[in-house]
Each structure stands twice: as structure tokens, then as C-alpha cells.
Write a new protein. Structure first.
Length: 722
RNA sequence: GCCACUUUAGCUCAGCGGUAGAGCGAUGCUUUCGUAAAGCAUAGGUCCAGGGUUCAAAUCCCUGAAGUGGCUCCA
């Protein structure tokens, strides 16, 4: 008879195989009442499941002993909530077909195929929620029953449920003798109530004991999804919801969500007038307003200072380049879907249209690659990188330009414009280079996903021996930047080759060396990092910095990539000590990623309350009344003379009103000046984040203190009286 | 690109077939004030664009644009 071992090592003997509930009962009635499920040898099972062997058993309750919510229990509860929602939806829309409904960290969803003439709309939410409440109030038991694969499939076929049949077939295939993992010879269904009489769903489980255990449940939003994530497959409606054991937790979750959205860079950006996106200018194109431009310029100065320390040289290149350039680099036409359309010379278009050239033909002649170029590339790489139908005689090709999707081709040409000796390697070319990419319209998001953006880009042309040191240099730069800005919630991802794919260029030896260099460099950072095979660029391994924002989304910012391919494509060389030409290796790196995305993430990081050195308005002087306006202007003049960004609020509001306005604008320092201050040549200080007068200090003292804080780019507000 | 929703004053939003509204902001006047909103007044609108239904459309219908949440994508 089974012996049950509890987490504390205690054992319980049973005369007959017990259910999870029996085990809980034996420990105590209170636990039995709270129990939601059991973990049998680490595997989640229903509370009603029979344990027919010796096992380690852990009773799962909603709250752990320390009072915190058990994540396993929350997922379980949400999975059950998904069933409740699905039943409610099928009651509201009878012909809705269920597909797949898993729990998530923030809730759950159910993918559902609605009849074409009856899509779900947000106006249905109230009805669905009313149904869900009813199901919860009825406190019906989740009842599991199993049947053989053939019976199960017959049953699903009878119901005409195409998607569930697919799920069942996948479950059967996954448990076939040849498949890995535990074998199951049956299909399981869960009824909310008595099988055959109540609503039911094909489901592996487990579930909470009854619907009443799901205390608070809410339909959140609608989205579309594709069956199996394949965009050519059926289009489904994904209904999102969330659930908690209590209404109070749900309310707290909704409140947090609201607070996070108040921190959204689009909201703060509009309120503080940091940037503007104008429909007439175009989607995904950022207009930097004066205030936002100050932040960007300060960041650029900051990184510029660091680059000078590291021996970079700055370059400037134009926003477009000839198609020929991008055919050489390989950007065009292979990535044309993520680029703006080529800019064709007017003469060429007119000439072609006069000849009656069709659009298709025109595209062909724009995208084609000259026979000469194709031959050259094949010769060097030994690989066929250009398909035959692209290769056309020069006379048929149409010349044109393209908005640059990357800065590297221009930088390669700068490197190539002068001879290089091994003595002047590495050559480090840096540029705040603006690039343009055609992002799908549904992907655009404020400043974080745009169609035109400025990378803090640089390309390091180095010898192979120099790679490790150069990668180290890049990483220390990223680290300096993140430290100064106090960004601590980030992770490092080392993207390596997928060992089974052969899409990569370069030799195995070079890849091994480059990957080792990336790995060693990442180790030296002292930050947790993950190695992700298959995440490398096709030309080399990379190190990415992924920062988490307040809403929990992750953004890839900085990146360092090792590239063996570009020097070959552009036939770059330097003269080595042996007086022979050698191939340089190129390191691409952008520690901010893009100024747009970085500023967007920074706005959320600081919730608009920037450190003084970044604040568009660093100080505002608030005269108590008109009587001290003149003194206020003199104070501002003294600050301005020291390079401090300062304004005077000389309106006829009371000082309370002026303070309110300044706090809303998140200005670091407020100087309140009245007759008392004017007489003694002092200012009364109010510091952002504190809710009272910080006291008075001499004007000179304030000027010197804030000058120091700005020059050192301090993350905190450090100026105080005394 | 796909699905759902949204678009009304500078901002946040109400109005949902019958004369275009509020709060904040802006401007002006009064007040001359010591640490999170003084009082009064004034200005401000192609109700996203185009078409349709109707005696009458911000409101109902169609098409398009832009935004939001997801899906797919991101060299």
C-alpha cells in the first residue's frame, strides 16, 4: 500500500491508494479546505486523482506558508478560469469553436474560432462576465474522465470540432512509443459538473476542484492570432482574461496596470513635450521637440565623451546610398521587405515608361544584380549568395538609391578610402547614423518601434588578435552607460550559431574564436547572461543587452556583433607586418541601440523625472510675487551664465500654483524667491521628490553645487542647503 | 500585414439622429501672496478624411487614414 512522503520528510501510510484530498485530510481539515491540487513527485495533479504508488506529495494551496501567492497555484487557477470563460463564451455565441486556452503569467487566453457572421466584440464582455459569475457561483466540480484515443476522436468528430481533433491527434502523437516524455494511452476531458450533462472540454488538466475556487475573473481584451502561429492558416480570435482567488487581488492588479500605463513613454512624452509623431509626416517617424532634443543631445555628448576616451573617431555619412552599394553589402534585395522602396531616378522612370515597360519588368530591373558583381561575390565566398534569376546584364539594370537600413556599408567605404597598415588598426569609426526600416504598421509603437531611427553606431575594423580586447572595450562602454543611468534590470544574451544550420558565413575556426571571445567577454561583465544557440547573426556571434521596462516588456537595446563577412564583401584589407594584405574583422556595436528606443525606455525608467544633467529644464525660479520678479531674473541670469537650463515663472499665480505646475513638469530644483531671499542674496530650495521647503542657501553656493552635479552626470539630486 | 477597439478644443474626456459641451491648459483683468491649483472673464472646433442613408448626421452605414491592445515579423 502506498506510502506518502510529505515535503518535510514525514511519511503517511495508507491502507488503500488515497486521493490528494485524502492526504490533505489526514494532515488537517483546514489544509483540505484550502487545497487546490497536489504535486505528485513534482508533477501537478488533480486533488481528486488517486495516488497508487509510493510518492512524494506536496499539497498545493493558493498561498504559500509565508503568505505569498504560489505561482503554480495561480497558473492552475487561471487554466480553470480559461475553461469557465470558454463555457461562458459558448453560451453567448453558441457556434464558437474552441481551439486552445493556456494560462499566462498575467492571466490566460482562449483562442476561439467565431462564426464569420458573429465575431466577438467588446460589447459582449458584460454578458460573458455575467455568465462567468454564474458558473463560479454554482461552484460546479471539475470532473476528469478518460477514454481511449479512438473513442475520444469519435466523440470529437461527432461534435465537429476540427481544432480539438487536431489537439487530440497531437496529444496522441506526443505520447506514441517513439515520442519522448511520459506515455499516456488515453485522452482526458474535463466537465464542469457531471460528465455528459455539463459543459466539457478536451484537456490534459489538472484543474482546481470546483469553479467556485476561482474567486475573481475578468475578460480583458481581444486580439487575433493564427492557428499554430502560422499566418497562412486559420485566423482565430484570442480572448484575454485574468483571474485571481479574490476580488481584492484583481483590483490591485488592475490598479498596477493603470499605474504602469501612466508611466508609458507615450503618455509622459506628450505631457512633458519630449517628442511628437505627426500623421502628416508619417507613421513611425519621430519629431524631436526642443525638450526631447536636449535629452538626446546630452546623451550623445555623454557617449561622445566616452568614445573619445576609447580612441574612436567620428564620421558623418548621408542618409541614402546607391542600390549598388546595398547589393554589395547584401542588404538589397534580400531584405527588401523591411526596407523603404528604392528611390529611382526620374529620368530612368520616364524613359522606361516611354518604352512601355511594365511594373513587373521595372521591379526586375531594379532588383537585379549585375553579372560582374554576382561573379565577384561567388568567387570570394565560394558560395552562391545570389540566385540566378537576379543576375542580369548591366545594360538592363536600373540605377537608384535607397534610404540606408544600416550604416555599415558607408563605414566600410570610409575604411576603404585610404590604405591601412596593421600599425593603425583597429580603426574605430563612430557615427550617430540615422537609418530607415520598413516596420509593419501594426508593430509601430511610440519611440520604441519606429521606421526612422538614429543608431549610436560604430564599426571597429580590427585584426583577429584584437577581437577580444575590442569586445571588452564595447562591453565596458555599455556598462558605464547603464551604470550612470542607473539601469539595473537588464540581462545579457550571447547569440551563438545554431549547430545544425548551415546558413552562416565564415570558417568554423573563426566562429569558434569569435564565440569564445563573446563568451569570455560576457563572463567578465559580472552580470547573469544566457547563451542562445541560433540567435547569432548570419555573419557572426553577438552580445545583446535586453532591458526590462516598467510594464514588464523587454527591449533589446545595445548590441555587439562580430562580423567576418563584411570585409570579404567589400574586399577590405590592411597591410600586415609581412607586407601582405590581410582581411580585417569588423565589430558592429551600438550601446544604446537607437536614440529613439533608448530615450523611450529612459522616459519610462525615470517616469519622466530625469537626473539633472538630462532634464530639459533643470531649475525653475518662482518669485513669491511681482515684487521679486527682478531678483528672480537676476538669479536665472547667474545660473544661465553657468550653463544651467533655467526658466522663471513670473506669472501672477500664487506660489502654491507655481509649485504645482513645476512639480507636474518634474523639474529637479525649484528656487522660491521672496523679499527675504532678495535681501540676503539667497534662494529657498525645493527639491523634486521631497514635499517641503528644503531651506535657504546662498545663490553662489547653489550655482556651484548644481554645476558640479551636472558636470559629473549624477543620477541623484545632490544639491542641498548647508 | 492580420483581428478587435478608438479618433469631438492644446490635453483628458462627455454628448450617440434635432443650436457643439466640461475640467485642465492658454490669454486678459483683479489679487501682491512664503512651499502640491486664488477669483472673474475671454478666446479656442473641417466633431480624423471621403462617400452614402435621412427633412435633419459628431451621432446610423460604407471606404480610407492614424492611434491602442494583441498576433506574425524584427538583418
Amino acid at each position: 500500500m502506498p506510502t506518502i512522503t510529505l515535503p518535510d520528510g514525514k511519511t503517511l501510510p495508507f491502507d488503500a491508494p488515497p486521493t490528494g484530498l485524502d492526504v490533505a485530510m489526514k494532515i488537517g481539515p483546514r489544509l483540505a479546505k484550502d487545497a487546490l491540487a497536489v504535486k505528485v513527485d513534482g508533477e501537478m495533479r488533480d486533488l481528486a486523482a488517486v495516488i497508487d504508488r509510493d510518492a512524494k506529495v506536496d499539497i498545493i494551496t493558493y498561498k504559500k506558508r509565508d503568505g505569498s501567492v504560489n505561482d503554480d497555484a495561480l497558473l492552475l487557477l487561471r487554466h480553470s478560469a480559461a475553461h469557465i470563460m470558454a463555457e461562458a463564451i459558448q453560451r453567448v455565441v453558441p457556434n464558437a469553436q474552441l481551439v486552445y486556452g493556456p494560462p499566462l503569467a498575467t492571466g490566460f487566453y482562449y483562442d476561439i474560432k467565431f462564426p464569420d457572421d458573429r465575431p466577438l466584440s467588446t460589447t459582449d464582455f458584460a454578458n460573458i462576465e455575467a455568465e462567468m459569475k454564474r458558473i463560479v457561483a454554482e461552484d460546479r466540480k471539475f470532473t476528469r474522465y478518460e477514454c481511449s484515443p479512438s473513442d475520444g476522436l469519435n466523440k470529437l468528430s461527432a461534435e465537429g470540432s476540427k481544432y480539438k481533433i487536431d489537439n487530440a491527434q497531437r496529444a496522441i502523437a506526443a505520447s506514441s512509443p517513439s515520442a519522448p516524455g511520459p506515455q499516456t494511452s488515453t485522452l482526458s476531458f474535463y466537465a464542469t459538473g457531471a460528465p455528459g450533462q455539463a459543459w466539457e472540454d478536451l484537456c490534459r488538466g489538472p484543474h482546481v476542484p470546483s469553479t467556485g475556487r476561482v474567486g475573481a475573473i475578468k475578460v480583458m481584451s481581444l486580439a487575433s492570432s493564427f492557428w499554430h502561429g502560422d499566418e497562412n492558416s486559420d485566423r482565430l480570435t484570442r480572448v484575454y482574461g485574468t483571474a485571481f482567488a479574490t476580488q481584492a487581488e484583481l483590483d490591485e492588479f488592475l490598479k498596477q496596470k493603470e499605474e504602469a500605463s501612466a508611466r508609458d513613454h507615450r503618455v509622459i512624452g506628450a505631457k512633458l513635450r519630449l517628442f511628437h509623431i505627426d500623421e502628416t509626416v508619417g507613421q513611425g517617424l519621430i519629431l524631436w521637440t526642443p525638450a526631447g532634443s536636449i535629452i538626446r543631445k546630452e546623451l550623445q555628448n555623454f557617449i561622445g565623451d566616452e568614445l573619445r576616451k576609447q580612441g574612436y573617431t567620428e564620421v558623418f555619412t548621408p542618409h541614402i546610398g546607391r542600390l549598388e552599394l546595398y547589393k554589395t553589402s547584401g542588404h538589397f534585395p534580400y531584405y527588401k521587405d523591411s526596407q523603404f522602396a528604392p528611390i529611382i531616378e526620374r529620368d530612368a522612370i520616364e524613359q522606361l515608361s516611354a518604352q512601355g515597360c511594365s511594373c513587373a519588368e521595372m521591379f526586375n530591373r531594379v532588383e537585379g544584380v549585375s553579372a560582374k558583381l554576382a561573379q565577384g561575390i561567388n568567387e570570394r565566398t565560394g558560395k552562391e549568395t545570389i540566385t540566378k534569376d537576379r543576375v542580369r546584364p548591366d545594360s538592363e539594370l536600373i540605377a537608384g538609391f535607397m534610404l540606408k537600413p544600416m550604416n555599415c556599408p558607408h563605414h566600410a567605404k570610409i575604411f576603404d578610402s585610404a590604405p591601412h597598415s596593421y600599425r593603425d588598426m583597429p580603426v574605430r569609426l563612430a557615427e550617430f547614423g540615422t537609418v530607415y526600416r520598413w516596420e509593419q504598421s501594426g508593430e509601430l509603437n511610440g519611440m520604441t518601434r519606429v521606421r526612422g531611427f538614429t543608431q549610436d553606431d560604430a564599426h571597429l575594423f580590427c585584426t583577429e588578435d584584437q577581437i577580444p580586447a575590442e569586445i571588452q572595450g564595447c562591453l565596458s562602454l555599455v556598462k558605464v552607460i547603464f551604470n550612470v543611468l542607473g539601469m539595473k534590470d537588464y540581462r545579457v544574451r550571447v547569440g551563438l550559431r545554431d549547430p545544425s544550420a548551415d546558413k552562416y558565413t565564415g570558417t568554423k575556426e573563426n566562429w569558434d574564436k569569435a564565440e569564445a571571445a563573446c563568451r569570455d567577454a560576457a563572463k567578465s561583465l559580472g552580470v547573469p547572461f544566457s547563451e542562445e544557440p541560433g540567435e547569432a547573426a548570419f555573419y557572426g556571434p553577438k552580445i545583446d543587452f535586453v532591458v526590462k521596462d516598467v510594464i514588464g516588456r523587454e527591449w533589446q537595446l545595445g548590441t555587439v556583433q562580430v562580423d567576418y563577412n563584411m570585409a570579404i564583401r567589400f574586399d577590405l584589407s590592411y597591410i600586415g607586418p609581412d607586407n601582405k594584405p590581410h582581411r580585417p574583422v569588423v565589430i558592429h556595436r551600438a550601446p544604446f541601440g537607437s536614440m529613439e528606443r533608448f530615450c523611450g525606455v529612459l522616459i519610462e525608467h525615470f517616469a519622466g523625472a530625469f537626473p539633472t544633467w538630462l532634464s530639459p529644464e533643470q531649475v525653475r525660479v518662482l518669485p513669491i510675487s511681482e515684487k521679486t520678479n527682478d531678483y528672480a531674473l537676476r538669479v536665472a541670469e547667474a545660473l544661465r551664465a553657468s550653463g544651467v537650463r533655467v526658466t522663471v515663472d513670473d506669472g501672477n499665480d500664487r506660489v502654491q500654483g507655481k509649485i504645482k505646475a513645476a512639480i507636474d513638469f518634474k523639474i529637479p530644483y525649484l528656487l522660491i524667491v521672496g523679499p527675504r531671499d532678495a535681501e540676503q542674496g539667497q534662494v529657498s530650495l525645493r527639491i523634486r521628490g521631497t514635499d517641503k521647503d528644503a531651506g535657504a542657501m546662498a545663490l553662489d553656493g547653489f550655482v556651484n553645487a548644481i554645476k558640479g552635479e551636472i558636470a559629473e552626470r549624477k543620477a541623484e539630486l545632490t544639491v542641498k542647503p548647508g
